[in-house]
Design a binder for this molecule. Structure first.
Ligand SMILES: [Zn+2]
Ligand SMILES: [Zn+2]
Length: 338
């Protein structure tokens, strides 16, 4: 009886996070809970200390790498497309195209289906399978870049800018700020696709997750830790680091570096200036405005709940095309990778 069942009666926000009552579990909770379903490994979605955690095998591997093996968490891997019953709810995970292992949680209860997108993007990413639009009654969408001003250019075009700069300044080191989980490995793959087959140097803070990606079958080519370099001038080299390291003492070892940052936020001039990037590159792991709007059409849900960013604009847009949309205010969401 889909028509009489109020979706808010079985899935709703609480101070601990989004709670599914008939399954007695939380999705990406803000604190440790008895049972959690985790969409992906970023810090504001995956947290340590749950008694039980269900996620894709790749996301669980990322969580083990970040949270010292999680011996006290009962880990329940669920591959894309497989389903499991928790309480009275059928749970399935579908690709979200955001980072390795990222998933949308597809919840079915009494003939009603709700999809929790987590974070997602629509363009191809060589490190994970593409987002799959799942028809549903309620679609919960992220809204990180939900303003018409956010249009992400082609990622290969942005990588082209970086390589042209390297060719123009062969004596300088290009220091590229990237978020450690997802963005780093995608940028390496994009560089390889653009023909950069030389060694790519990494800040120590990026090594562990790159190794994990390699173990999960993502080929990153020749990568090495900056700290292991011997008699290396780094002239003409590409060095990846966390964005915060660009302003660190760490960056002083490089001769006349060109600081770059890869992020969707580089679209905003003030943000680019603030980041210290001489070369801002707009490469994002989130959907831009056009992709968010297209996704609402592709999914075709009559109800949309908007969370995680600029809710108002997307709610307004959804209502204008006849969708019953509202903002869903969830606790514990930081602005992350971009
Ligand atoms: Zn994320
Ligand atoms: Zn997020």
């Amino acid at each position: 009886m889909t028509d009489t069942l109020d979706p808010r009666s079985w899935l709703y926000p609480t101070p601990r996070g989004l709670y599914c009552k008939p399954g007695d579990f939380y999705i990406d909770p803000a604190v440790a809970v008895p049972r959690a379903v985790i969409t992906h490994g970023h810090g504001d979605h995956a947290r340590p200390g749950h008694r039980a955690a269900l996620a894709t095998p790749e996301t669980l591997a990322i969580m083990r790498a970040r949270f010292e093996d999680m011996p006290d968490t009962q880990q329940q891997p669920l591959k894309y497309g497989e389903s499991v019953q928790i309480g009275e709810v059928d749970v399935e995970l579908a690709p979200a195209g955001h980072i390795l292992g990222s998933a949308q949680a597809v919840l079915a209860y009494r003939g009603q289906r709700i999809v929790v997108s987590g974070d997602f993007k629509r363009r191809p990413d060589p490190t994970c399978p593409p987002f799959e639009p799942i028809p549903c009654d309620v679609f919960i969408t992220e809204a990180t870049f939900a303003l018409p001003v956010f249009h992400h250019p082609s990622d290969m075009g942005e990588i082209g800018k970086l390589l042209r700069s390297v060719a123009t300044f062969p004596e300088r080191t290009h220091l590229v700020g990237v978020y450690a989980l997802g963005k780093c490995q995608r940028v390496i793959r994009l560089l390889r696709a653009a023909g950069w087959d030389k060694r790519i140097w990494l800040h120590g803070g990026l090594m562990a997750l790159c190794k994990l990606y390699q173990e999960q079958g993502v080929d990153l080519g020749d990568i090495a830790h900056v700290g292991d370099a011997i008699l290396e001038t780094f002239r003409g080299a590409i060095v990846l680091c966390p964005p915060s390291a660009l302003a660190d003492r760490w960056s002083r070892r490089f001769a006349d570096p060109v600081p770059a940052v890869c992020s969707g936020w580089m679209r905003v001039r003030a943000r680019a200036r603030q980041s210290g990037a001489e070369l801002p590159l707009v490469i994002s792991d989130h959907a831009d405005w056009g992709e968010l709007c297209q996704t609402l059409k592709d999914v075709g849900a009559p109800k949309v709940w908007v969370t995680h960013g600029r809710e108002e604009a997307l709610v307004h847009m959804a209502r204008s095309i006849g969708i019953d949309a509202e903002a869903l205010h969830l606790a514990g969401r930081d602005e992350e990778d971009g």
